[in-house]
Design a protein around this ligand. Structure first.
Ligand code: MF3
Ligand code: CO
Length: 291
């Protein structure tokens, strides 16, 4: 990853400062980790302050859209209504819903109900009823910059078991977040998520995970929750990614809907929950960008 940059040339980060007074020491520290055998980030994964400011503007819309969903979601509502709220609220802020037409995805939001793991299609035939748990996953483009987060909603009277799954999944995300710090490892986060799910008798979906985000919808690195402490990618200031574990009540196995190629459900038909936040690695820890 280290381009051999002249010490007096402008830094690769776009600051306009000379490399030697900007990111040279930073690059040397990363190179040392690489020599020790660590997986290290590329410059492309590191956002500069101007980019971070733009992504935060996008995230303000993302959070406002989820807040609008939270205020309206209720029993007897078809999930197509959530799609309408997301589409209209996003547009009202001058933004664009990122899912719409993304790799052919046909809606503005994902609404994954009960045994659906992710990528659930909003539908006028899916009517929320008391006892349902539903993930609403919103992704936003503002002025070309991306934000992405999701929340769970519990409709009416939810069983104790379903409530526990929703709460533990949120705790998994929060415990993972606590581990995010510069010069730590993505695996510190992954193990914290996985340990907490397992301790509660749940399983974590393996091949679907989080991702870098901001300049594009889905960037490197892939963010797994089955990694071990001290392994996986080195974290450095300026990296931005999502923490979005999918936690299942039963087995971690899932199937993709053979008809539409998108909707993903647990193989055993048991419940699945997911929370997603977007996080920035800072000089002294982390900052939540979208939630
Ligand atoms: N919002 C999802 C994520 O958290 C991605 C969904 S892809 C889509 O990464 F096309 F379904 F929107
Ligand atoms: Co995401």
């Amino acid at each position: 990853m280290l381009e051999k940059l002249g010490r007096n040339l402008p830094c690769w980060c776009g600051s306009g400062r000379k490399y030697k007074v900007c990111h040279m020491e930073f690059d040397e520290r990363i190179a040392e980790h690489k020599r020790m055998g660590d997986v290290v980030p590329t410059h492309k994964m590191i956002k500069n302050p101007a980019q971070i400011a733009k992504i935060k503007e996008s995230a303000k819309v993302n959070v406002a859209v989820l807040d609008a969903v939270a205020a309206a979601i209720c029993e007897d509502m078809p999930t197509s209504e959530i799609d309408r709220i997301v589409s209209e609220t996003t547009k009202a802020y001058g933004a664009v819903p990122a899912p719409l037409h993304y790799q052919g995805y046909p809606y503005s939001v994902c609404t994954s109900v009960n045994s659906q793991v992710c990528h659930g299609f909003p539908s006028d035939k899916v009517i929320l009823k008391s006892g349902d748990i539903v993930n609403v996953d919103c992704s936003t483009i503002l002025d070309g910059y991306y934000s992405d987060s999701s929340r769970m909603f519990m409709i009416g009277d939810v069983s104790d078991a379903a409530r526990k799954l929703v709460e533990v999944t949120k705790e998994c995300m929060e415990l993972g977040l606590e581990q995010v710090k510069p010069w730590g490892y993505l695996g510190d986060m992954g193990q914290a998520v996985n340990d907490h799910a397992k301790e509660n008798g749940f399983s974590v979906v393996r091949d679907i995970g989080g991702h870098g985000v901001g300049i594009e919808f889905h960037e490197d690195p892939f963010v797994s929750y089955v990694t071990k402490r001290g392994t996986d990618m080195l974290l450095v200031p300026g990296m931005m990614f999502t923490i979005e574990p999918m936690v299942n009540m039963g087995s971690a196995l899932y199937d993709v809907d053979p008809h539409n190629g998108w909707e993903i459900s647990t193989r055993d038909g048991k419940l699945s929950a997911q929370w997603e936040i977007q996080v920035l690695v800072t000089e002294d820890g982390h900052e939540v960008i979208s939630w």
